[in-house]
Design a protein around this ligand. Sequence first.
Ligand code: PBG
Length: 333
Amino acid sequence: MELTRRPRRLRKNAAIRDLVHETDVRVTDLIAPVFVVEGAQKKEAVSSMPGIFQYSIDTLQIHLKEVWDSGVRSVIFFGVPDHKDACGSGAWDPDGVVQRALRMAKSSYPDLVCIADICLCEYTDHGHCGIVRDGEILNDETLEYLSRAAVSCAAAGADIVAPSDMMDGRIGHMRRALDQAGYQDTLIMAYSVKYASSFYGPFREAADSAPAFGDRKTYQMDWRNKTEAVVETALDIEEGADIVMVKPALAYLDMVKTIRDRFDLPVCTYSVSGEYAMIKAAAQNGWIDEKSVVLESLTAMKRAGAGMIITYYALPAARWIQEQQKGETYESH
Ligand code: PBG
C-alpha cells in the first residue's frame, strides 16, 4: 500500500525512538518528601505508603545520604511534632522538629535544596491549616503565624519555603516578613493550585494532620473549577511567588498545562500520597509493572508542562532513570 506518511517509521526500534523522543524526566527534576518526627533512632513505616518512613533527625541524616547518592538534589520537609496546640506554635519554634532537621540537613549537605512545607495543620490540635474560631477557619489572623513559620524555617536554613495552607494573601505577607527579617534570597514556592482532594488521605496518616472536624473545602480549591486556579496563581505571582505548584498531579494534568501556558515562571506539580498508594498497591498485587507505570506517570507530568515534581517515588525513580540512561533498555551486543 502506498502511504506518504508512515508515523510508525519513527517507532521502528529503541534507538530511533530514543532519537526522536520529546520528553525527559531528569533526576534533578525530582523532589523527595521527608517526614520528621521527634526522638531518636526512629524509622517508622507509614502503613498506607509502603516504602515511606517517618524519620527522627539521626536516622534522617542517613536517609539524606541515600537521597544525595541517588542524584536527587531537593527535599521537602514535613514535621510531625509531639506537641500540638490551638495555634500551631510548633510550626515556628526555633527548636521545632523541622527547624532542627533543616539545620542538620544544611550542615551535612550544604548543596541539597531544602524546601520547608509551611502549614499549621501538622501543629494544630484541631488539624486545620489555620486559626479556628467558632468552627470557622480564619484567614487574616492565620497569616501572621504562617509568616512566623516561614521566617523560622528560613533562619534554620531552608532555601525555599512552600506555603500549602491556601489562605488568601499569604504569599505577600510572607514575602514581606522574610524580607524584613533579612531573608530576601529565600524563595517562595506557592501551592497556588491546591485542590481539596481525597488523594491526600495517606499523607494525613503520615503527617498525623487529619482535621478533627469538617474538611478543608473552605480554603482548598473545588476540583470542579478551572478558572479560579488562574486567579489563585495570578495573585500568588503578584504577591511574590517564585515557583507555583499544581496539586495533585495525575488527575490535574490539564491544570499543569493551563498554568504552564499562562504564566512565565517555574511550575512544580505534586504527585500526592494517594497517587503513590494506588500505584504501590496495584504493583504489590502484581497487577501493574511499578517501574514503567511510575516512569510513564512522571513523564506525563513533564509533558503537561511541569518543570519539577514532588514525588514519593523520587529515589526509586532516580535509579530507574539512570538505568534507562545507561541504555539498559537495549539488548546488549
Ligand atoms: C499540608 C499538606 C498536605 C499535603 C501537603 N501539605 C495535606 C493536606 O492539605 O491535607 C498533602 C500531600 C500528599 O497527600 O502527599 N497542608
